[in-house]
Design a protein around this ligand. Structure first.
Ligand SMILES: [Zn+2]
Length: 448
């Protein structure tokens, strides 16, 4: 089966291509790229459209496993955005043994290709260190290391950490887990230990591990860690590490607000000082004040009576997020996590929103934006068959209408699909057309 995509503007940053090319896919791979019009069994008219490698989401949280099967919810949301490879297991967490998870993907398929980090917290708990505030024993550390190494050998792309969520994991434990990547070429990725004004020391902790073991590093969702006035200084700090020869990059989601429940430690006393804000940055998503901004009185009342109330916190500085995306070391990552379609709109809107909010408004040139969504994450994780359109690469292609593309998901309606994604192909097959999913089981595991 030969599929020809013709008439479009092909943007393939890995090969420095941006122009009118036709693309032939065969046997699941890119078979040819050029300006002629070869014969094909199936043709796709991409006139007026942008043709790119399928997008890679380097930072998301995978769907759960129930009764030995993946309950797909966020994977189809990813596909509707043009994502063909989703990287889960972030922030130290796996929802299920990651190697078994990859095997299930290969057995049953998934809406997108799936790569996974081995999550430090997952393996910590599996080894018996269940108290997030408590330390781990030498025996637990040895078991954790052994299982992380086995997961890396079986194809996990690196080791992730959510040090913020495991205060009991000290530097020694962190180093033992990070050291598993030494000599493998695989990165460590971390939701670092603290945010806002504490971000600088937290990043330094990650860097120390990278320097010690000579391993690549990924700083997770920098917008929600340093988007409170620290971004310029953080990016300078990263440049200094790069000048020192360290391999460090970052990801960011394209929103100016985060979302969490009112009862979480995020809103413990001191949060107004931490984020340099007042109560009115907080919007209630539920309950009797739904849709309203908070006051001291309503905050205290709802926190006491309805701690599970979802909130949106409009505390991230728009300028900080724009600054992050303009920096060459920052790539796009959704940090999408969903509970039956509920949650933050980044699950359903990240990639189209990046194009409509940051590319069309002039922060990031389109070519650079495609780089941040394709070849940068592929290089970071050594996904050699993904993120580019060289002959022999996997036939994962996204075709979108640059004028029409936009996110529709909102904090009130976070699962609304985007507009302007015309076609998505995976392994040479059309899996989405005009926003509608035709097949949701073409995804395979991606192992390194
Ligand atoms: Zn995180």
């Amino acid at each position: 089966m030969k599929t020809l995509i013709y008439g479009g503007r092909v943007i393939d940053p890995a090969n420095g291509l941006d122009g009118a090319y036709n693309l032939l896919l065969e046997h699941g791979k890119v078979a040819w790229i050029g300006t002629e019009v070869p014969d094909a069994d199936e043709t796709i008219d991409a006139t007026g459209k942008i043709v790119t490698p399928g997008f890679i989401d380097i930072h998301m949280h995978e769907d759960p496993v129930e009764d030995g099967k993946i309950r797909q919810c966020i994977f189809p949301m990813m596909l509707r955005q043009g994502v063909t490879t989703a990287v889960g297991g972030n922030c130290g967490g796996n929802v299920h043994d990651p190697v078994d998870y990859l095997n299930i993907v290969d057995r049953d398929g998934a809406a997108v290709n799936v790569a996974l980090y081995a999550g430090h917290e997952y393996f910590r708990i599996a080894a018996g260190a269940e108290d997030i505030y408590g330390g781990s024993t030498e025996a637990e550390r040895q078991e954790m290391e052994q299982n992380i190494r086995a997961a890396l050998d079986a194809g996990c792309v690196g080791v992730s950490f959510g040090l913020r969520y495991v205060p009991g994991a000290d530097k020694e434990e962190f180093f033992r887990a990070a050291g598993c990547c030494a000599g493998t070429g695989k990165p460590i990725a971390s939701h670092v230990r603290d945010d806002a004004d504490a971000i600088f020391a937290s990043i330094e902790e990650l860097i120390e591990a990278g320097r010690t073991f000579q391993i690549p590093m990924q700083i997770s969702h920098i917008g929600s860690m340093a988007g409170f006035g620290q971004m310029e200084a953080v990016l300078k700090q990263v440049e200094e590490y790069q000048a020192e020869g360290l391999d460090v990059t970052l990801d960011c989601y394209p929103y100016f607000a985060f979302s969490t429940r009112l009862g979480t430690p995020t809103y413990d006393p001191g949060w107004l000082d931490r984020y340099h804000c007042d109560y009115d940055v907080l919007e209630f998503c539920d309950g009797k004040y739904r849709g309203q901004r908070a006051t001291k009185e309503t905050f205290d009342e709802v926190r006491a009576e309805f701690p599970d109330c979802l909130t949106v916190c409009y505390v991230m500085k728009e300028e900080d997020i724009r600054l992050a995306f303009r920096h060459p070391a920052v790539m796009l990552g959704s940090d999408g996590i969903t509970d039956n379609g509920r949650g933050h709109p980044r699950c359903a809107g990240t990639f189209p929103r990046f194009l409509s909010e940051f590319v069309k408004k002039g922060d990031v040139p389109l070519f650079e934006a495609v780089k941040k969504m394709t070849v940068m994450p592929a290089l970071r994780l050594k996904l050699h068959q993904k993120g580019h359109l060289s002959v022999g690469a996997d036939g994962d292609v996204t075709i979108f209408d640059c004028e029409a593309v936009r996110d529709r998901a909102t904090f009130a309606d976070p699962a609304l699909p985007p507009e302007g994604i015309c076609y998505v192909l995976m392994g040479g097959e059309v899996v989405l057309k005009d926003g509608a999913i035709l097949r949701d089981n073409c995804g395979k595991s991606v192992r390194t």
